[in-house]
Ligand binder design. Structure first.
Ligand code: HEM
Length: 167
């Protein structure tokens, strides 16, 4: 781990994204909780998956990666085959944010961690049909509950809440 914040650059574009994604998935593949999901359950072709993930994160961060896939569908398929609950998503986030922090520092580094956390909440809640913890009524103030209820009728599936169109 590079503990000197001053020496760590921010994520400025494709070069840093590829560095981050390569380092992150090296950790994922070596991880007891997550590695087998890619290599054994999904049979991931890394030569395809890594470039797709460069494009995904470049699109999220800079709107220039050209990603046009379907993250929800990709993960929904896995629910039938293996555990894809909160513990797995927490592990994924720990590895992702840890890799960001080891390599980068700055506004884009903070932003990509926040995006990852938001998307983990959306994907996890949607594929398992549980409330997004950020919008769980138990965690909301009365004002938030009232405001979110106006987004969509409660009959729309998620108590009136839908993830952003991108996901
Ligand atoms: C428990 C946590 C997770 C696991 C085990 C997991 C696993 C996987 C697997 C196995 C694939 C398919 C790879 C292949 O093509 O073989 C995939 C695709 C993908 N994952 Fe995840 N993932 C997790 C969390 C996330 C999160 C939190 C994000 C976003 C922040 C994400 C973004 C994506 C994207 C963009 C794809 C490509 C979908 C497409 O085909 O267009 N994943 N993931």
């Amino acid at each position: 781990m590079n503990s000197n914040i001053q020496l760590r650059p921010d994520i400025e574009g494709r070069v840093e994204i590829e560095q981050l994604i390569n380092a992150f998935y090296s950790r994922v593949r070596a991880d007891d909780v997550l590695g087998f999901i890619f290599d054994d359950v999904a049979g991931t072709d890394w030569g395809t998956h890594l470039p797709k993930m460069y494009a995904f994160w470049e699109t999220v961060l800079f709107r220039s990666g050209g990603y046009t896939g379907s993250p929800l569908a990709a993960h929904a398929k896995l629910v039938q085959l293996t555990q894809m609950g909160r513990p797995q998503f927490d592990r994924w986030l720990m590895l992702f944010c840890g890799t960001v922090d080891d390599l980068f520092n700055g506004p884009h580094a903070e932003h990509i961690k926040n995006c990852a956390s938001d998307m983990a909440n959306v994907i996890q809640s949607r594929i398992n049909h549980v409330p997004d913890p950020r919008f769980d009524p138990a965690n909301l103030t009365p004002e938030q509950r009232e405001r979110y209820a106006r987004y969509r009728p409660a009959s729309a599936g998620l108590g009136g809440l839908e993830p952003p169109d991108f996901i």
